[in-house]
Structure formats: C-alpha cells, structure tokens
Design a protein around this ligand. Structure first.
Ligand code: PXP
Length: 247
C-alpha cells in the first residue's frame, strides 16, 4: 500500500502573507500526522518564500513519521540538510521566478555534479530522491548517480487538457515507474495531484509514496471554513449577550 507524505508549504505561504505566527506549519505537521499521514514534506526555497529555517529546525524535532526536505542541489541547502538531517532529501530544480517547481531535474546532463552531491548527503545518513520527469533516460541516470529514490513528476498528467493527453501522460508515468522498479530504485510521485486525478494513478502498485500538498491544503481551507465561521459567530454572539447584561 502506498504512503502519503503531505507537503505543508502552503500553510507557510498563508503565514508569510502577514509575516506573522499563524498558521504555523509546525502545528499543521502534527495534525497531518494525527490524521494518518505517513510523512511530512517541506520545500526550503532559496528565497524563503514559505518555509523558514526555523520551521525546518522545529519540524526535525517534532515530526514522528518521516521528514522529507525538498531543496535545490546548492551548497547552502546541502549544508542545511547535513545539519538538520531530514529522513530524506528530494533534489529539485529551482528557479526564483517560478510559482512552483516547474520541471524535473535534468539528471542526464548533470551526472557529475549530482553524483558528488548525492554521495555527500548519503554519507551524512540521508536518503536521496531525485525529482524527474517521467523519462526512461532520467530514471537510468538517477540510478547511475546513486539516488535511492526517484520522484516521478506527475504535473503534466495532472494538468492534461483532455482525456487523450491525460492517457499519454499516464502512459509515460507508467513506463518510467516500471523502468525504475526494474532497476530497484524506490519510487515516489507527486505534483498537481488532487482528489480526482489520484484515483487512477494510485492504482500503479510500484509507486511507494505520493507527495501531495496544494490540493489537501486547499480542501482543508474549504472544509474547515464552516467550523471556523461557526466558532467566530458564537464568540461574537456571546460577547453581545454579555454586553446586554447589566454591568
Ligand atoms: N513534489 C515536488 C518535488 C514538489 O516540488 C511539489 C510542490 O512543492 C510537490 C511534490 C507537491 O505538489 P502539489 O503541491 O501540487 O501537491
């Protein structure tokens, strides 16, 4: 049975909108775990637009399942990972101007650099996953550079404009997954997965872990809104009732 790692970056995005203390991704991580998630994922971006160094430090202390750190393969991030020691690092390409991670890593073209970076991380006791597009060449290169896992980019499947396009992208994911499985790489998948498109892809038995963030946090906002408004309505009413009483 596949595992679910919940990406809580968007909780931090909401907090950073006010540069305040809430909602706290560290509290969110505990709720995610209490709800049955198998892991917590955060992406510490170079521009710190959502997750902060403080979050990562505290999450390392509080996460009881599995902490997956998504990060660019830079010297700064590798040093942070070696200090914090997440259970797994997922290396992703990172561009400053992008809204979210856009494509997979080009492992084929960066074999030498990645091999060195992966061995530094693995020597530090951290499992390493590479976020790649569903392409056989990238899967093979991931094995060659010493990765423990690949995370198959599901974004093009998730964003497919129609059924035919979706089928083609699904086929690519299936082929890449089968190839990774033959090479005995661990297999994760994620990006753009939601409550609808997960149904088909979760049938691929070789995928060990799904990394899902935006759709879960979006749903939480909507399904939690009713309760939150009721609680505030109650407080507003209670205060009015108190004011009406003689002092
Ligand atoms: N996997 C990777 C490598 C990502 O960069 C992201 C987005 O941060 C995800 C999974 C989760 O994607 P989403 O938020 O669309 O579920």
């Amino acid at each position: 049975m596949a595992r679910l790692s919940v990406n809580i970056d968007q909780i931090a995005t909401l907090r950073q909108a006010r540069l305040g203390k809430e909602p706290d991704p560290v509290t969110a991580a505990s709720i995610v775990e209490l709800a049955g998630a198998d892991g917590v994922t955060v992406h510490l971006r170079e521009d710190r637009r959502h997750i902060q160094d403080r979050d990562l430090r505290l999450l390392r202390e509080t996460v009881k399942t599995k902490l997956n750190l998504e990060m660019a393969a830079t010297e700064e991030m590798i040093n942070i990972a070696l200090e914090i020691k997440p259970d797994m690092v997922t290396l992703v390409p990172e561009k400053r101007a992008e809204l979210t991670t856009e494509g997979g890593l080009d492992v084929v073209m960066n074999k030498e650099g990645l091999s060195k970076q992966i061995s530094v991380l693995k020597n530090g006791g951290i499992a390493v996953s590479l976020f790649i597009n569903p392409e056989i060449d990238q899967v093979k290169a991931a094995l060659r550079v010493g990765a423990d896992y690949v995370e198959i980019h599901t974004g093009r499947y998730a964003d497919a404009a129609n059924k035919e396009e979706g089928e083609i992208e699904f086929g690519r994911i299936l082929d890449a997954t089968k190839a990774a499985s033959k090479l005995r790489l661990g297999i994760n998948a994620g990006h753009g997965l939601n409550y609808i498109n997960i149904k088909k892809i979760s049938k691929i038995s070789e995928i060990e872990e799904f990394s899902i963030g935006h759709s879960i946090i979006s749903r939480a906002v909507l399904v939690g809104l009713d309760k939150a408004v009721r609680e505030m309505t109650e407080l507003v009413k209670v205060n009015q009732a108190v004011l009406k009483q003689p002092l």
